[in-house]
Ligand binder design. Structure first.
Ligand code: MV4
Length: 447
């Protein structure tokens, strides 16, 4: 096992990683920017290093500063958490060159799954269902038109290097396809330095389902079943749950196995998430693979009993997965609400600042992952998530009840949070029946 892990992140996930390290008997080094210098979670780390000014470019995504912090503290591994450098293959390679273990996949595996064209090829080989579309990057407009006419409109143009909704254009006819191709390519070139784009059939309405996979360096890959993350706004998830409601058990089994096969075939080590869309006829289609631990990993931990962050660290240290696929069963239902410092009554405007009141919910099946406390000040520099409320229950109905009560017990002020909206969602008939898709929240907010 590692002796000392440097945590290249902040907030609730930094605290989550500290806790996993404690259980493994691994020392922790937490880096921080000056915006986070007074954050209480830093006192739980064995060592801390200030790496720079509030802008992430001068701190949390500054690769040389983080590597230097690892070297001066004699850390033997770096855990990147999510966001920031977590899916940066250049950073993973830099760690390797400096003989620091990266808690995540090799740069090669990250590249294979991170490039969506290469990922889609691996997926087809692993019998993972994909959307019909171009096999490779699109060369020119004429090729784009040919592919679109073959698969039929509407189509979507996507950046190979994109993700989370960036670099996409929907086209309903040849004219919008031509302009969409150009603008998607330009956006991809300037955002990712890679103008490669591909085309696939566009699905208007669907649910967002993702399979959690864990893989070790001995050729084992196990899936931990799926989550439903359909309740989102502008690609920001607000509620996630596991297992996904109303999924055909046979289809679920097939797609979970295919997801594990895809990750195994990429010679991947660590936690991966295979994102998919599920249409109203129970057909799955691959979207992309996330090569990091995700914000919503706790719902999977709650239904499987597996500590995903601890397991990530064990497999990064070369240990085999401590369980087999047959040992993984789904127990009950879990729901997570992301508590953001945003005002849902004011178009989700950020609401940073001092927190005077922070009363946590409790009781059976209630978990709160947060770095905030009364007296904490939410800095304006980073994303607005201040915590996650996760509940577990024997059934989805009980989990929803438990979540509503826990949200009511959770008092945060004077900053605004997403809690009032999430209470409303727990009481909404469509949510309660599981009749939700990726457009549900935006529809509800308009209506
Ligand atoms: C799609 C799609 C429909 N058809 N691909 C958005 C984020 C990126 N991961 C992929 N995305 C989509 N890809 C095809 N072929 C619709 C979306 C999409 C979406 C997907 C998941 C969750 C929310 C979404 C919101 C809008 C569009």
């Amino acid at each position: 096992m590692f002796k000392r892990i440097l945590i290249a992140n902040r907030g609730e996930i930094a605290l989550r990683i500290i806790r996993a390290c404690k259980e493994l008997g691994v020392e922790t080094v937490c880096v921080y920017s000056t915006a986070d210098r007074d954050a209480p979670y830093l006192r739980l780390a064995d060592h801390t290093v200030c790496i720079g000014a509030p802008p992430a470019s001068e701190s949390y995504i500054n690769m040389s500063r983080i590597i230097s912090a690892a070297e001066v503290t004699d850390s033997d591994a770096i855990h990147p958490g999510y966001g920031f450098l977590a899916e940066n293959s250049e950073f993973a390679a830099m760690c390797r060159d400096c003989q620091i273990a990266f808690v995540g996949p090799s740069p090669e595996a990250m590249g294979k799954l991170g490039d969506k064209i290469s990922c889609k090829k691996l997926a087809r080989a692993a019998k993972m269902p994909t959307f019909p579309g171009s096999e490779d990057a699109i060369e020119d407009e004429e090729e784009a038109v040919q592919v679109a006419q073959k698969i039929g409109f509407p189509v979507i143009v996507k950046a190979a290097a994109g993700g989370g909704g960036r670099g996409m254009r929907i086209a309903h006819n040849i004219a919008t396809l031509r302009t969409g191709l150009k603008s998607a390519r330009q956006e991809a070139e300037s955002a990712f330095g890679n103008g490669a784009v591909y085309i696939e059939k566009f699905l208007e309405s669907a649910r967002h389902i993702e399979v959690q996979v864990l893989a070790d360096s001995h050729g084992n890959a196990v899936h931990l079943y799926e989550r439903d993350c359909s309740t989102q706004r502008r690609h920001q998830k607000l509620i996630e749950e596991a297992p996904a409601p109303h999924v055909d058990p046979k289809k679920r089994d097939e797609v979970c196995k295919a997801a594990a096969r895809l990750v195994r075939n990429a010679e991947y080590v660590g936690a991966a998430t295979v994102e998919m869309l599920l249409d109203d006829k129970q057909n799955f289609y691959l979207l992309e693979v996330n090569t990091r631990v995700q914000v919503e990993h706790p719902v999977t931990e709650m239904i499987t009993g597996v500590d995903i962050v601890k397991t990530q660290i064990m497999v990064a240290a070369g240990e085999p997965l401590p369980f087999k696929q047959r040992n993984i069963a789904v127990n009950g239902h879990a729901i997570e609400c992301r508590i953001n410092a945003e005002d849902p009554a004011n178009n989700f405007a950020p609401s940073p600042g001092p927190i005077d009141r922070f009363d946590l919910p409790g009781g059976p099946g209630v978990r709160v992952d947060t770095h905030a406390v009364a007296g904490y000040r939410v800095p304006p520099n980073y994303d607005s998530m201040i915590g996650k409320l996760i509940v577990h229950g024997d059934t989805r109905r009980i989990a929803i009840r438990r979540m509503e009560q826990a949200l009511r017990e959770f008092h945060v002020g004077p900053i605004r949070t997403t809690i009032p909206l999430q209470i409303e969602l727990m009481r909404d008939g469509s949510f309660q029946h599981g009749g939700i898709d990726i457009h549900y929240l935006e529809r509800l907010l308009k209506g």
